[in-house]
Design a binder for this molecule. Structure first.
Ligand code: NAD
Length: 482
């Protein structure tokens, strides 16, 4: 078993003891966890090469491989196969039918047949050893991400990874160090940053139209119906896909899916580009759903969920709060087991204005806390929509994928790499947003005590430039929708 999976399982399996120990002995048991193990790395880290806004040499022909051809990998491959200059060279999934349906798709589109890697959980290692790939998409379940992206960069390719990048701080640091040493990009595919409303609000914030943004709030609150997920474990057509991935992700405390909430707020508040989180505290309800549902399913004869018995399941709601070096505050919430409406919240509160995406309809206030009427709000949105999104909006709506954001996310990455432009989301961003998971886990299991937030940029956050959504020099990649 790989080091990162071992870490993940060790962290998850060690929790009940940690929770009890934290309650009984407080700080004495800090040494048991990953946070302590990485303190030395934090102290000694010096940025080797600043990957923030780093422009790698242009790749007009982008040769792409995929690891994990489930829901995300298959859909993304379909989108990329319609972009100019992209060649889909190789596909991997541990389960054979997942790859063959993707090969069939490319064949039907009249495109060259890719090489296929399948049949084992390690088949991806042969894919990344190829010498004809520039970029590898990691769209496998989240507990594989850190190990796979590091191996991809070590093999001399850029990595693009589904969310989150890592579950432990040790893996977060490994990703930073590997990217700085190899000078390979590691792009987090955080599609919500390219949502029409979020990107418009990021643009407003960066242009100062909201004044100093002193508070940001984000969330991933999405009822997943645990009973249905558990029932879905039985006779899975694809072992370890879908339901299995969700339940495995929920077997520990803390915010287990932080980047949809944190990413857009962090870009708007110049995290890693003028500010950074200093410390975090996190509080979580008990689990009122998972353990009960697992127990009931086992009594009803569902053998597939026996491996989850006794796990320290995530609570119904986790709330994590950060104070930044600039004196601002960010709150990120997470909960997937309470039946309530979907929300990513997305609040930016500035000294001159306020925006809030959820609950829809969204709200914009530019004077005295008065919500702009629909027409005025539409005008402000149109005026502040960044060039990148304006140029892509029509295509994005045509392609769809979470309302088009999956397309805009893929497109801006491909176009940046082909044009030799810096990435909109740097490796520091992806890691900083993902690190909320281990930090919140630590805080929850230590009575909500504050924990220092690592500076993954090694101090360069003070000079780093913020995201540039103006599309200057970009947008040359043509798309030929089928
Ligand atoms: N950004 C978003 O909006 C969004 C939405 C859904 C999922 N995701 C993320 O995307 C990732 C994939 O999600 P999904 O819904 O496609 O999951 P999925 O379960 O549909 O697909 C995962 C695929 O990976 C394969 N796989 C598992 N282990 C593998 C290995 N060792 N080597 C090769 N293939 C392996 C599985 O067989 C499966 O086909 C997850 O990390 C998830 O967090 C992101």
């Amino acid at each position: 078993m790989s080091a990162s999976r071992r870490d993940f399982l060790k962290t998850a399996a060690g929790l009940p003891a940690m929770v009890m120990a934290a309650a009984m002995y407080g700080d004495e048991h800090r040494l048991t966890d990953d946070v302590e193990e990485t303190r030395l790395v934090m102290r000694d880290h010096v940025c080797q090469f600043n990957m923030h806004r780093y422009a790698a040499p242009a790749l007009p022909t982008l040769r792409v491989g995929y690891i994990g051809m489930g829901g995300r990998g298959y859909a993304s491959m379909g989108r990329l196969s319609q972009m100019e200059g992209v060649e889909i060279k190789a596909l991997c999934d541990s389960v054979e039918p997942q790859v063959s349906r993707a090969v069939d798709y490319l064949k039907e589109a009249g495109l060259p047949e890719p090489a296929v890697y399948t049949g084992s959980e390690d088949a991806w290692k042969d894919l990344i050893a190829r010498d004809d790939l520039d970029l590898v998409y990691v769209t496998s379940p989240q507990y594989w991400h850190a190990e796979m992206v590091c191996a991809v960069m070590e093999a001399g390719k850029h990595a693009a990874c589904e969310i989150p990048l890592a579950y432990t701080l040790a893996d977060c640091w490994k990703i930073i160090q590997t990217s700085e040493r190899t000078k390979k990009q590691c792009a987090l595919l955080e599609n919500c940053c390219f949502d029409f409303f979020e990107s418009m609000a990021i643009n407003m914030a960066l242009q100062g139209k909201l004044g100093e943004v002193v508070y940001g709030e984000g969330a991933y609150i999405h009822w997943m119906n645990p009973e249905a997920l558990i029932a879905g474990l039985e006779n899975l057509p694809v072992p370890k896909a879908g339901a299995y991935r969700h339940i495995t992700a929920a077997t520990a405390h803390g915010n287990r899916y932080p980047t949809h909430g944190f990413g857009p707020v962090a870009l708007a508040m110049r995290i890693n580009a003028g500010d950074r989180p200093l410390y975090l505290t996190s509080t979580e309800t008990d689990d009122f759903v998972w353990a009960r549902a697992i127990d009931q399913a086992i009594r009803a004869g569902n053998k597939q969920c026996e491996e989850f018995v006794g796990k320290p399941f995530n609570g119904n709601l986790n709330v994590s709060t950060m104070k930044t070096a600039g004196g601002k505050m960010i709150q990120i919430q997470y909960g997937i087991t309470s039946p309530r409406p979907y929300t990513r919240k997305f609040i930016l509160s500035g000294l001159k204005g306020f925006v809030q995406k959820y609950p829809e309809p969204s709200q914009i206030c530019l004077e005295g806390g008065v919500v702009l009427p629909e027409e005025g709000a539409q005008r402000v949105q149109e005026e502040n929509t960044p060039e990148l999104i304006k140029n892509l909006r029509e295509l994005a709506l045509r392609f769809g994928g979470h309302g088009g954001i999956d397309f805009t996310c893929d497109y801006q990455l491909v176009d940046s790499l082909r044009n030799g432009l810096p990435l909109n989301i740097s490796v520091y961003d992806g890691v900083t947003w993902s690190a909320l998971t281990p930090l919140s886990l630590w805080s929850v299991t230590h009575g909500s005590q504050p924990i220092d937030y690592p500076d993954f940029t090694g101090g360069t956050w003070k000079e780093n430039a913020p995201i540039d959504l103006s599309a200057r020099g970009a947008m040359t990649t043509k798309v030929n929708p089928r």
